[in-house]
Every structure is written in C-alpha cells, then in structure tokens.
Design a protein around this ligand. Structure first.
Ligand code: NAI
Length: 464
C-alpha cells in the first residue's frame, strides 16, 4: 500500500488528492492542513469548496482510503510521497512586493517535512512556484534532516481549472512530472508516473527536467491570460468601431492555428492564479535582467485592469454620468461560474468602484456567502471600508430580489442560472426602474430579445 500525504487542503490539494484516492483504492491518501475549520469542513457534509462532482468523489472514499486531518507530522511520518499544495500568493511587502510569489508557506511545509521525517520521502511540488524553487527545497531538506534519510524532489504542477476540476483531474490534457536528471531522480519520477498511469493514458503523462516543469506552469497560465487580454483589447476596438467581438472571435477561432478556446471577451479575468503567476514571471524576467520580457508579460495584467475600469466607466457614463443613490444589481460575485472562489474576481473591483460612486449595490451569487463578499470588499487595497460596505451593499438571496427596484443590472459572472433560458427577464424588467439598463459583462445574454422587452442593453465588445 502506497501512502500519500498532501500538505494543504485547498482548491488544489483537496480535489487533486481526493481524485487519486478515488482512482486508486489501494493508495492511502491523507490531506492535512493547519486550518482546523477547513479540515472540519472536509470531514463534514458541507465541503469547504464548491466544485461540481467533488462531493461524490469525497463521500465515496472518505474514511476508506481518503482522510482529512490537522495532524501534519503523523501524515508526513507515514507517507512515501508528499505533495506540497500550499498557497503561494503574491508577496504583499518586502523585496518583490506586489510581484514575487510569497514562498513562506512552501518553506514552512518543507522545514516541517525535514524535521519530522524518519524515512526517505519523495517530495512533490504541486503548488505553482517560481523556477528553481525545487533547489531551495532540496537545500532546506538536506540541511535539516539526518544523513541517512533521502529526499527526492519532483515538480508536478497542477493544471486543473476551478469549476471543472474533477473532470480536469479525471481526464487531464496532460500531467507533467519534472525531476532531476539523475538515476535517483528518474526512479522517483517513475513512482509518481506509476500512480497517475492507473487512470491516465501513458502518453499524457509527460516527463521532463525539473526547471522546465516549473516554468511550464507559469508559461501555460501566462499564455491563457494573454489570450483573454488580447480578445479584451479587441473588444475595446469593437465597441469603438461597430464590429462585434463575438463575430471577430469566431472568425479568428476557426483558424486551426489559433483555435476557439479562451477567446471570450469579458469584464476581465480573475481567480487566484493568472495575475499572480504572470507577475511571478515578470519578477523572474526582471531578476534575470530581461526588462523587455518583463514589460511584455506585465502588459497582460495592465490590459486586464484596464478592461475592468473601462466596463465600470461605461456603466457610470450610460447611467447619465451618475450612479449616486441608484440601486445597481450585480449578478455574480465568483470569479467564474461553477465555483464559490472570489479571489481576484472582477466583481470586487466593480463593486468597490460603484460603492465609491455612492451607488446602492445589490449583490447576488448562487455560491458565494454574504460573509465572503463583505470580507472581499473590506480587504486592504480594495478601496472600500466596513462602514461604506455596510451602508452601500445589500446581499440578496436571488437575482429577482437584487433586481427589484434597480436602475441597472450587471452580469459579472457567467452562471448558467443568469442565462435567458433560466431567468424570467420580463419579470425582472417589470420590477426595475425605467429606463431599465442591462450591462452584460460576460456575453451570455441575447441583447435583441432583451431590447424587445424594453431593456437598454450594453454588452462588452459591442456598440450599444
Ligand atoms: P488555498 O489557499 O486554497 O489552499 C492552500 C492551503 O494550504 C490552505 O488551506 C492553507 O491553510 C494550507 N497551508 C499553508 N501552509 C501550510 C502548512 N505549512 N502546513 C499545512 N497546511 C498549510 O490555495 P490553492 O488555490 O489550493 O492553491 C495552492 C497552490 O496551487 C498555489 O500555488 C496555486 O497557485 C496552485 N494552483 C491553484 C489552482 C487553483 O485553481 N486554485 C490551479 C492550479 C494551481
């Protein structure tokens, strides 16, 4: 029986390790975290994260070969393979603040492994880290453990997307495993290949050197975000010229060299990864004295910020240049559909801007709690404080409740339940102030049909 320990029971550690347990019944998987509340939630009927299909996977294996615990030391002692899936947020202060990844959590976890391990381990970087982090981990492990224990380090970055995580983990495009190009490195790599090969076709388990593997994760996220910023930049040109961004994206996407994915214009990308990983790449480029490369990648983030501001300015401009005291219904607060994750969500920027303009913001999201929304809006750096949020924000229990009496409705997240087939837009129109405005920040609505009802519709990438 192989024993796996995963340090970090978050959006990545939880689902990715649960799928290993689900696919390999003879592998014991223990997911550990310092956060007692998070572990309690993983052990309850109400899992700490919303992800389609996750409940089934966890409930099928929990207590059999899948365990959640705060006993980090015991799980390390028992494990043959240890995944490090802790958070690596952008540094908030000190050297590289606002750009470099904060590796403090990685270092703490690595030191813990060195301190408590009594047998040799394969330590696997699952978190997204700057290139050559594995080298620092190795140095820490070797300097803090007894000489008869061996540590092999692998890089196994995670490519799951929130909202489709279980499908991505069950049927991934590829799994990447990087190792030191030594006999011991190859042997460790093979052990992890053996785990994944139980359910993933061999040709999709790609092996390479450690540094390529680490950099590939940053590169993949940078390329994905770059496509979104590219189509968003084009959406501004569409609005100015009368071109339609959906038509332009379709025309470009049918070219097999370009392909159709990630060409959907929107109010801007969010999530915990894209911005953080690009900034990480920017910092790396600067450290290697590559200022042109740094500036190139930085522009992807700059364009994203611009898109969010452009959309909010359009809202204010259209509402006769003032939103003061106007009720604005914000539909969706998660950074994308099918997740409750709000990290870097465009809705945060939008809400904060509208609050500063003294609008009354009525927010509804099917999976984000009122507590989380208020927490996000009062985070340092967001620009709104507790008193302002109390005064200007109302959290609603349905889209209908948010829209009743509103001057405008803004689609921030592309949840299916906001689509035309699922919401009664006639009912919404009847309940709103007139003229009733809709701002579609996700291109999910049928503007001509809404105009027939009587709405004034403004859509990203289309002139009014
Ligand atoms: P998260 O913040 O949801 O989870 C990280 C967990 O690690 C937290 O629960 C925290 O309490 C725990 N932790 C931190 N230090 C610890 C320690 N020393 N011992 C035990 N537990 C500790 O973060 P998330 O979203 O799961 O991301 C983890 C990593 O995976 C990051 O590097 C991220 O960039 C990467 N990633 C995230 C994806 C996503 O969609 N969220 C996708 C692909 C990669």
């Amino acid at each position: 029986m192989v024993n796996i320990c995963c340090i970090g029971a978050g959006y990545v550690g939880g689902p990715s390790s649960a799928v290993i347990a689900y696919q390999c019944h003879d592998v014991n998987v223990t997911i550990v975290d310092l956060n007692q509340a998070r572990i309690d939630a993983w052990n309850s009927d109400n899992l700490p994260i919303y992800e389609p299909g996750l409940d089934e996977v966890v409930f099928a294996r929990r207590g059999k070969n899948l365990f959640f615990s705060t006993n980090v030391d015991q799980a390390i002692i028992d494990a043959d393979l240890i995944f490090v899936s802790v958070n690596t947020p952008t540094k908030k202060s000190g050297m590289g603040a606002g750009m470099a990844a904060d590796l403090a959590y990685i270092e703490t976890a690595t030191r813990r492994i060195a301190e408590v391990a009594t047998t040799s381990k394969i330590v696997i970087e699952k978190s997204t880290v700057p290139c050559r982090t594995a080298q620092s981990m190795r140095t820490i492990l070797e300097a803090n453990s007894s000489k008869d224990i061996r540590f092999d380090i692998l890089s196994n970055p995670e490519f799951l997307a929130e909202g489709t995580a279980i499908n991505d983990l069950t049927n991934p495009d590829r799994v990447l495993i990087g190792c030191l190009q030594t006999p011991e490195g190859f042997a460790a790599q093979q052990k992890l290949v053996d785990v994944y090969s139980r359910w993933i076709p061999k040709e999709r388990v790609i092996t390479m050197n450690l540094w390529s593997s680490e950099l590939s994760k940053l590169a993949a996220n940078a390329l994905l975000a770059q496509r979104i910023s590219s189509i968003n930049a084009l959406s501004a040109i569409c609005e100015a010229t009368g071109a339609d961004v959906d038509e332009v994206a379709y025309a470009c996407g049918t070219d097999s060299r370009i392909g159709p994915k990630f060409l959907k214009a929107s109010v801007g990308f969010g999530g915990s990864c894209f911005q953080k990983d690009i900034l990480n790449l920017v910092y790396l480029s600067e450290q290697f004295f590559l200022p042109e490369v740094a500036a190139y990648w930085k522009s992807v983030v700059t364009m994203n910020e611009y898109q969010k501001m452009r959309f909010t300015h359009r809202i204010v401009r259209t509402l006769f240049n003032t939103v003061t005291h106007k009720r604005i219904a914000l539909l969706g607060f998660a950074f994308k559909k099918d997740t409750g994750d709000t990290r870097e969500s465009a809705a945060i920027t939008l809400s904060s801007y509208l609050i500063q303009e003294r609008a009354h913001v009525a927010i509804y999201d099917p999976k984000v709690s009122a507590k989380q929304i208020k927490l996000d809006l009062t985070e340092p750096g967001v620009g709104t404080n507790e008193a302002e949020v109390e005064k200007h924000v109302e959290i609603c229990n349905s889209a209908y409740e948010a829209c009743a009496g509103a001057a405008a409705l803004v689609i921030c997240t592309e949840w299916d339940e906001f689509k035309m087939a699922q919401l009664d837009y006639q009912k919404i129109y009847d309940s709103m102030q007139k003229p009733a405005f809709i701002f579609d920040g996700r291109l999910i609505l049928d503007a001509p049909k809404l105009r027939e009802i009587g709405f004034r519709v403004e859509t990203i990438g289309k002139s009014a």
